[in-house]
Design a protein around this ligand. Structure first.
Ligand code: HEM
Length: 238
């Protein structure tokens, strides 16, 4: 019997280009380390007074949910970086499989569930809440689809869903760029567009950031995937 496999449907079909010839790996790692170095301390401190997100009324355990989200999110971020790195996958395929489980079950799953909880209760208003919950659902769904595809040995689908999952994991970093740009753009309109209301300005900035960051990331990812679709390779006979 002849089984036809596309090259990218094989788990080992990854580029063996060394890491120094992939100019995005090192800068990405530096960005992740800097992001975590600034973001984690307030939530490792076990001190609710250090939270960067105000506690929503009536949600007294908000800080602990948020801290758990940040901790598991950090696990997701570091493992995602290693998982997406072609050289690492090619060199250590067994570690890739184990770390994949860490990414899904000790990273995205708990961090995503916490994101849904803190997101639905966000102090930044309803538009931000909807964006947060939608992004959390997409994050969990893409990751689950990628994990299931790997289990079913559909490696081309696994690659596509995990690239989307990775992009959503990194969308928090994109929000750190979108947020300040939004503040700089809208701050001068405090007295005009927002009628002097700091609350309206804050909620608008948060909502624009929460909507725009994952949207930009999803569009960029789809563009990347469409540019580099699975190529129909000559069949490999077994
Ligand atoms: C798509 C995935 C993610 C979603 C939907 C999400 C959602 C959220 C939500 C809802 C909040 C609270 C803000 C609010 O109430 O509006 C938050 C805060 C935070 N998240 Fe995530 N998150 C995601 C991924 C990550 C990842 C991967 C990390 C990595 C560590 C992370 C780190 C943080 C940090 C540090 C904060 C606190 C904000 C601050 O200190 O400025 N998040 N996230």
């Amino acid at each position: 019997m002849t089984v036809r496999l596309e090259r990218r449907d094989q788990p080992e079909a990854v580029s063996r280009k060394p890491w120094w010839r992939r100019p995005w790996v090192a800068p990405m790692a530096v960005i992740v380390v800097v992001f975590l170095a600034f973001s984690m301390p307030p939530y490792l401190a076990m001190d609710p007074a250090r939270s960067q997100v105000p506690q929503p009324p009536g949600f007294t355990s908000h800080y602990w949910f948020l801290s758990a989200h940040v901790l598991f999110g950090s696990i997701a971020m570091v493992s995602a970086l290693l998982q997406i790195w072609p050289w690492f996958r090619a060199k250590y395929p067994a570690v890739h499989r184990k770390l994949g489980r860490v990414y899904v079950f000790a990273g995205v799953l708990p961090a995503g569930v916490m994101a849904l909880t803190v997101g639905a209760m966000s102090p930044f208003g309803p538009a931000t809440r909807v964006a947060n919950v939608l992004a959390g659902v997409l994050w969990l769904a893409c990751t689950f689809a990628g994990w299931r595809a790997a289990r079913q040995r559909r490696f081309a689908d696994h690659r596509r869903w995990m690239i989307r999952s990775f992009a959503l994991t990194m969308s928090i970093i994109v929000s750190r760029v979108v947020g300040p740009i939004t503040v700089i753009t809208l701050q001068p309109q405090l007295e005009t567009t927002f009628g002097g209301s700091e609350l309206a300005l804050t909620q608008s900035v948060a909502a624009i950031t929460a909507w725009l960051s994952p949207t930009l990331v999803i569009i960029a990812t789809q563009w990347y995937l469409d540019r580099r679709p699975v190529k129909k390779k000559p069949a490999i006979a077994r």
